[in-house]
Write a new protein. Structure first.
Length: 435
């Protein structure tokens, strides 16, 4: 793996990233995340695209702690009686592993964790819907050291909670998908195909394309009569835009937020690397006390990178500024002219001292492609692909492909640079094949 970066003093702010599997955890840490959150399917809100079990959690904790990083375990399902016997056994097995914190939403689950692991650090999940000072004060009195505030909480309300409870840590989602239901309490998936979003198995019906005709909604073979009503707080439409608060990190810090949370345990390693690198860069700039106008310019650039280099649903500031969250009612997501094409496995120095990257191909890559390799703090290495070599046969290729039979290839850098472990590579799509 790639190594050799000089250590820098980090600000007293945390970048918290999702981890749906070990590779995503490693990628998050490589690109500057201070901590990750994860859980096993039985008790976290990610049943599908979740590769963790107890042995893998043990490995994840060891990997993180060796690097001075943290792992928070999510135990935030809407728990029923049937869950508690299995949960007790699960917690007893986690007790000796040194979990950094548990993210909980249910008072019964919280009580059980306190009973089995009395010294456990407890974070209140956004699923608990803490949106006011009185609720924050209550949870703090119950031993919760950090609250993941509901996405509906405004900047003014964050300030009020922090001023009243300065010892309570505040965490806030700054990037990722938004649910069209209040604090994620949605029942469409359960109603349509019997997959409960509140037990971590949401089929995301809010992203489907609907045929709406005189209150009849037809989707994926299901037909249901629904009444669409607008009431005093507005109409609750489907397919919310994604949250992006990178321009408002300084305001969030002043308000008292110390942990900045990224959503997306089901997203790709490319998403993980890009978003972590960009937010790490932003936090570093803020910590260095970059001048106001310069900082604003830098944050605008980083926002533009998030806007143009990733597939998303359009961006919104959510409820932070007191506005209603915006909906994308035109399509399921926006397009990008850039595509993830590979992730570095190893750096190899040849006999001439040249730097070669061995990488696994994830999507098609071709000679003469314009490519970018994401470095530390979102420093970008830009180059045109002049030579592509098969790692298996040593033959020169004109193109390589990912998928089930993903190839491993070598490319040579034009200069010697230090890259993160598991660096990601993207290519610019030609206009005629823009996805």
């Amino acid at each position: 793996m790639i190594s050799g970066r000089a250590k820098i003093k980090k600000p007293n702010l945390e970048l918290l990233a999702p981890a749906g599997n070990m590779l995503k955890l490693q990628t998050a840490f490589a690109y500057g995340a201070d901590a990750v959150y994860l859980g096993i399917p039985d008790f976290s809100l990610r049943v599908r695209i979740n590769d963790f079990d107890l042995p893998k959690i043990k490995i994840a904790l060891k990997y993180a702690h060796e690097r001075g990083k943290k792992v928070y375990i999510t135990v935030n399902i809407f728990a029923h009686n049937k869950h508690f016997s299995k949960l007790e056994a699960y917690l007893k097995k986690l007790k000796p592993l040194g979990v950094d914190a548990f993210i909980v939403s249910d008072p019964g689950v919280l009580s059980l964790i306190k009973k089995i692991i009395p010294r456990a650090e407890l974070h209140l999940s956004t699923q608990a819907n803490c949106t006011n000072l009185a609720a924050a004060r209550f949870w703090f009195s119950q031993g919760v050291s950090r609250i993941v505030l509901g996405r509906e909480v405004t900047l003014t309300e964050i300030k009020a909670i922090h001023n009243a409870l300065p010892k309570l840590e505040l965490e806030y989602f700054v990037h990722g998908a938004m649910c069209m239901a209040y604090s994620g309490r949605c029942f469409l998936s359960k109603m349509f195909i019997n997959r409960s979003g509140n037990l971590g198995d949401c089929a995301q019906p809010c992203r489907w394309q609907y045929d709406v005709n005189r209150y009849t909604v037809k989707a994926r073979g299901h037909e249901e009569e629904l009444e669409l009503v607008e009431e005093e707080h507005g109409s609750y439409l489907l397919n919310s835009k994604d949250l992006c608060l990178i321009k408002y990190l300084p305001e969030l810090i002043k308000a008292g937020v110390t942990s900045f949370k990224i959503e997306g345990r089901a997203k790709s390693v490319y998403y993980q690397a890009t978003v972590c690198a960009i937010y790490r860069r932003a936090i570093s700039l803020i910590a260095k006390k970059t001048a106001g106008s310069k900082l604003k310019k830098d944050l605008t650039y980083l926002y533009k990178e998030l806007e143009t280099k990733l597939i998303h649903r359009g961006y919104t500031t959510g409820f932070l500024l007191g506005d209603k969250a915006e909906q994308n009612i035109v399509d399921s997501h926006n397009q990008s002219s850039w595509e993830f094409c590979g992730q570095v496995i190893k750096v190899i120095k040849d006999k001439d001292g040249k730097t070669n990257l061995l990488f696994k191909v994830h999507n098609t890559i071709k000679l003469d492609d314009e490519i970018e390799i994401i470095g530390f703090d979102y420093d970008i290495i830009k180059m045109k692909l002049r030579k592509l070599v098969s790692a298996k046969t040593q033959e020169e290729l004109t193109e390589a492909h990912g998928g089930g039979g993903a190839q491993e290839c070598l490319i040579q850098l034009e200069e010697n640079v230090v890259l993160p472990e598991l660096a990601v590579i993207r290519r610019k799509l030609k206009p005629e094949i823009k996805k």
